[in-house]
Design a protein around this ligand. Structure first.
Ligand code: NAG
Ligand code: NAG
Ligand code: NAG
Length: 370
């Protein structure tokens, strides 16, 4: 954690359609004056050039007497204000909303003409007015700005039983994978996300044995729980092998292709068909087979499946994954509908403000097509 001392400049600003931010809980602490002592939420507009994941800036607030909008002219864009404040020697800028309203999070429309290296945050008009009043009364307002940079990528898990021949429920998952594939691959290829697929292993009570219970799980004609577990294992191994060669997104291609070509209905839910798909994607079948192990009937635990079992159980704040399908975004269970728009929005929301790919704003504007 880095501590910095300096002046904060307070400016007021019309936020409509011109900036965006993430709401940060309690990112601003007023340490004096007494009447304002409190932790306040804010929207972070710009982290500045700090490379630190976490940082603190401490200072006292100055409200410019002359130039209350922080501009040379009558009014100017937010970033220009921050630029002027920076040139005036400020360590941070507090931008107060012009209206009494909840802190807005709005999409950026202004051009980034200047390099602003100091952090700037948006506060409510109410707080801005209170600070202004205190300053007019010659009170000293000391504040502490804390921020935690979110990592530059989003981690998400997709828990799926897509292979289990579960009818409508599986069809919906296949549809989601089809529709989300393009976005998922793009986000992954450009480094915005780290995706991991997961499969519940409750088809077979002991991870990978040919028990009666396992066999008795009923699927489409001629298939049983074991077939599903083997295909799940194949997809886990495919992901592992693809990930190791730096192309984790191939999972999306495989799953959609496997779904198209290797259905239980057509009696093609098998290794032969799977291998054809693997081959068509240019992946190494030998490596995938090695990962899967070769003794499916032995009463031994498969390490990949055991790891799935562990992953399914509570990890910190997330809770156990008990409902399939489930999407976990940054270790939080996603509560929305399993459909492209909602999932993309949820991922975009947790990406840092200054690190959002075009696909996020295209989606907002409704310009993204399937
Ligand atoms: C902003 O910073 C970049 C990279 O440091 C630099 O190339 C560019 O000239 C700067 N732009 C302005 C307007 O200062
Ligand atoms: C994927 O590869 C990265 C980089 O090699 C590694 O850090 C990560 O743990 C891998 N993920 C999985 C699920 O194997
Ligand atoms: C998760 O599952 C484990 C094992 O069944 C159980 O011990 C634990 O209490 C569960 N945690 C939650 C949060 O439900």
């Amino acid at each position: 954690m880095k501590g910095k001392l300096g002046a904060f400049i307070l400016v007021f600003f019309l936020v409509i359609n011109s900036c965006m931010g993430e709401i940060e809980k309690k990112c601003l602490t007023i340490t004096s004056t007494k009447s304002l002592k409190h932790d306040y939420d804010c929207a972070i507009l710009n982290f500045g050039s700090s490379q630190d994941q976490e940082a603190t800036v401490i200072g006292n607030v100055i409200y410019p007497k002359m130039n209350t909008k922080g501009c040379k002219d009558f009014n100017c864009y937010f970033k220009l204000k921050a630029w002027y404040a920076q040139n005036a020697g400020a360590s941070a800028v507090l931008v107060a909303d012009y209206f009494v309203e909840p802190l807005p999070t709005i999409i950026l429309t202004e051009y980034h003409l200047r390099n602003v290296s100091i952090p700037s945050i948006l506060i409510t008009k109410t707080l801005g007015d209170s600070i202004k009043k205190a300053l007019f009364n010659d009170k000293m307002v000391n504040v502490k700005l804390n921020w935690r940079k979110s990592p530059v990528y989003v981690e998400y898990e997709f828990w799926t039983d897509i292979n289990s021949g579960c009818g409508t429920k599986c069809d919906k998952q296949i549809e989601f994978v089809h529709k989300f594939k393009r976005a998922a691959k793009l986000l992954e290829q450009k480094g915005y996300t780290k995706f991991t697929p997961h499969y519940p292993i409750w088809y077979c009570p002991i991870a990978f044995t040919l028990t009666k219970q396992c066999k008795s799980q009923y699927f489409s004609k001629g298939y049983d729980g074991k077939d599903v577990v083997i295909e799940n294992l194949r997809q886990l191994c495919l992901f592992k092998v693809a990930n190791e060669s730096g192309t984790p997104w191939v999972w999306w291609d495989y799953v959609t292709e496997f779904g198209n070509r290797c259905s239980m209905k057509e009696q093609k839910f098998n290794k032969e068909c799977a291998d054809q798909v693997i081959q068509s994607l240019g992946l190494d079948i030998v490596k995938i087979d090695e990962c899967m192990g070769d003794d499916f009937n032995a009463d031994v635990e498969n390490p990949i499946l055991s790891a799935e079992q562990d992953a399914q159980l509570n990890k910190g704040s997330r809770g156990n994954v008990t409902i399939i399908p489930t999407l976990v975004i940054n270790n939080k269970i996603y509560k929305g509908k399993l459909e492209k728009g909602g999932v993309l929005k949820a991922i975009c929301e947790v990406l840092p403000v200054n690190k959002k790919p075009d696909i996020c704003s295209d989606h907002e504007k409704g310009q993204e097509s399937d």
